[in-house]
Design a binder for this molecule. Structure first.
Ligand code: FAD
Ligand code: NAI
Length: 475
């Protein structure tokens, strides 16, 4: 007889563990199965985000930013710091501690909410009594069953055909986050989110970084003006980004990696590097789920097919996060997890895809919500634009970081905010105001009339809103 639950969640990343907690809050008996192991073989819930994604990357970005500041920015404040050295092992150990704090925090939260945690791989064993039997393979093997199953099995790094990740020289995000030393020469393929964040970490620590991007445009999904401003800052930092390349043969040798590629001018180029990070997107993960046992439908990319409510083709089976369509973001996975738990309880969970913020944690940070200027043009929407540079913001001057701007786009007739795009200091925090405003369908004038603390970076958002009506006060 298998153990019975109301809801079984397969995967304990941000989509899965949050869905499990919300379902438990709603009064269900919930099990959450996650197979991630820490170095000692113990459970490490939190998924990609906690173990090899959002959290460790931000820890390394923070450490490397401190190093960069000590070397390049302390002097202007009158602080002399000579002989500043980077202890990479200590930086990685700190990152591992941050990860473990998050793993332990999630285990605590699951326990607090009376979610039964299983450490092992969950797979469909078949249908049973109007529900599903899930086989759990961990230190021991057991079967559990439930009428409702939420799949949140995440994604894996996409490899280039013929160039498998060895995590020694050819690195995915996993290896890129635990290098033992600063490579002299670092090559990256793909100048998307991971390429820019990881490239920034190792460049700040002294690596000579080259990023090869297949597309002719830089950050095509970002508002063009913002992407241009960011590119200028990255160029100045020495982050070498080559656009429009065609990557050819990659030779993984004893001493390092050689990437053969054709550049935008059509010339054949050979790039030698000590390490190569491949960051060309991620693929949905359904490995080991045994989807065939129950006939779960996947699309041609391997993603689980779901409708707008995250329902799969099977009754009582739902899927959320990176394993389904939509942006591969932790907060999107979490929102879907909450919404599904609420739908199972008969409530009306909702995820607004139009107000999901994006952040790239480089320096300057890049953050946006809503539509870009190029999207509005393509959609034939009449809009007004207003922007405000951090150069004219007192707090940014005091911080010593005046790169970038806030840009607001509003409907030409109704003044409703349609998009906010930021490149500059603390963009990750500033974007929250724009998300709230758009969620409440605020107009640019609403933001312009709100009292913002002085001096603060957020005054730039107010000024951008004023600029929509061509009445900026400080620029
Ligand atoms: P995951 O986090 O991948 O979790 C899936 C879990 O399911 C894993 O623990 C896996 O072991 C487990 N699992 C899989 N199959 C089974 C099975 N059969 N049985 C049991 N367990 C199973 N997003 C952001 O929003 N902000 C960021 O700053 C950010 N930074 C990132 C940096 C990097 C380097 C990377 C790679 C990603 C980053 N992301 C970021 C993306 C974010 O990590 C993902 O969008 C998010 O983790 C997706 O959550 P998920 O729950 O869908 O899947
Ligand atoms: P990405 O989709 O952001 O970028 C991949 C880049 O690689 C694109 O610019 C693409 O044009 C390029 N590319 C693809 N194939 C190529 C090839 N053969 N040769 C050269 N270039 C090629 O994917 P990335 O950076 O791997 O990250 C995966 C996902 O993880 C992101 O889309 C995002 O959803 C998530 N993530 C989010 C972060 C955040 O929110 N701050 C941080 C890191 C990752």
């Amino acid at each position: 007889m298998s153990k019975q639950f109301d809801v079984v969640v397969i995967g304990g990343g941000p989509g899965g563990y949050i869905a499990a907690i919300r379902a438990a809050q709603l009064g269900f008996q919930v099990a959450c199965i996650d197979e991630w192991k820490n170095a000692a073989g113990g459970p490490a819930p939190g998924g990609t985000c906690t173990n090899v994604g959002c959290i460790p990357s931000k820890a390394l970005l923070q450490s490397s930013e401190h190093f960069d500041h000590a070397n390049h920015h302390f002097a202007e404040h009158g602080i002399s710091a000579t002989g500043v050295k980077m202890d990479v092992a200590q930086m990685i150990a700190r990152k591992d501690t941050v990860v473990k704090q998050n793993n332990d925090g999630i285990l605590y939260l699951l326990k607090k909410n009376k979610v039964t945690f299983f450490h092992g791989r969950g797979s469909f064993a078949g249908q049973a009594e109007g529900g599903y039997t899930i086989h759990v393979a961990g230190k021991t093997e057991e079967a559990i069953s439930a009428k409702q199953v939420i799949i949140a099995t995440g994604s894996n790094a996409r490899a280039l055909p013929g160039t498998p990740f060895d995590e020694v020289n050819v690195l995915s995000n996993d290896g890129a986050l635990r290098l033992g030393a600063v490579p002299k020469k670092l090559a990256l393929i793909g100048s998307g989110v991971i390429g820019l964040e990881m490239g920034s970490v190792w460049r700040r620590l002294g690596a000579e970084v080259t990023i090869l991007e297949g597309l002719p445009t830089f950050l095509g999904a970002v508002d063009e003006q913002i992407a241009k401003e960011a590119k200028k800052a990255f160029d100045k930092q020495g982050l070498k980004i080559e656009l429009g390349v065609k990557v050819g043969e990659i030779v993984n040798g004893k001493k390092g990696v050689t990437v053969h590629y054709t550049n935008a001018k059509g010339e054949a180029v050979k790039l030698d590097a000590d390490k190569l990070i491949i960051s060309i997107g991620r693929v949905p993960n359904t490995i080991g789920l045994n989807t065939e046992a129950v006939g779960l439908q996947l699309d041609e990319r391997g993603a689980i097919v779901v409708d707008a409510d995250c329902k799969t083709n099977l009754p009582g089976v739902w899927a959320v996060g990176d394993v389904v369509r939509g942006p591969m973001l932790a907060h999107k996975a979490e929102e879907e997890g909450v919404a599904v738990a609420e739908r199972i309880a008969g409530q009306h969970g909702h995820v607004n895809f139009n107000t999901i913020p994006w952040v790239i944690y480089t320096s300057p940070e890049i953050a946006w919500v809503g539509r870009t200027e190029q999207q509005l043009k393509a959609d034939g929407v009449a809009y007004k634009a207003g922007s405000f540079p951090f150069l004219a913001n007192g707090r940014a001057r005091a911080l010593g970081d005046t790169t970038g701007m806030v840009k607001m786009l509003a409907d030409a007739t109704t003044d409703e905010i349609l998009g906010v795009h930021i490149v500059g200091p603390q963009a990750s925090e500033l974007i929250a105001e724009a998300v709230v405003a758009m969620e409440f369908r605020a107009s640019a004038e609403d933001i312009a009339r709100i009292c913002h603390a002085h001096p603060s970076l957020s005054e730039s958002t107010k000024e951008a809103a004023l600029a929509v009506d061509k009445r900026s006060l400080n620029f």
